[in-house]
Ligand binder design. Sequence first.
Ligand SMILES: Cc1cc2nc3c(=O)[nH]c(=O)nc-3n(C[C@H](O)[C@H](O)[C@H](O)COP(=O)(O)O)c2cc1C
Length: 176
Amino acid sequence: MDEIPLEKAIGLIYPRITVLVTTQNAKGKTNAAPYSWIAPVSFKPPMLYLGIQRRETLTIKNMRETKEFVVNIVTKEWASKAIACEAKIPDKIEKSGITMKESKKVKAPSAAEAKIVLECKLHKIIETDKADHFLVIGEIVHAEKDEGLKDKEIVMHYTGANFVSPGPGYKVERKK
Ligand SMILES: Cc1cc2nc3c(=O)[nH]c(=O)nc-3n(C[C@H](O)[C@H](O)[C@H](O)COP(=O)(O)O)c2cc1C
């Protein structure tokens, strides 16, 4: 085993599913940004976690204002468009070419390109005195999936500009 410098330790938790988080501000202006620090928190009710840098990103500002957001799972077909939404530029959604559609249970729109959509109500933004990311907890209030989705289409973030997709599945026996 090789020792890895601690500043690279978090990069060892990989690959991470890539999502586009869509939000709206109080005036109804939509924002979108890619994220890969995402994990489940609860089955019942269904809840998830997002790790968002501890600064006032547009995503965090909008979440604080309207208390909702949408997690759009990114697939290969529109990955470059989703990743383009990382840019801190005006009208980044229009420039990315992503089409927004109305969500079912929240005002923030969803990406029409997404084959999995999780509409969420903000539960809590937790700020610890040590971590450099906010722990954003959301409750899923509506979930949608295109049943034609193939695992290999899913885009996982590896590091920097490197991404991987799931390969063929296999079984590992579980004794319960
Ligand atoms: C593939 C990818 C994954 C990212 N994952 C995260 C993440 O998990 N947490 C985070 O804070 N920023 C992440 N970012 C960076 C944000 O997208 C970036 O800070 C963005 O500018 C925030 O935009 P906003 O100000 O519109 O919210 C990621 C960027 C990319 C390209």
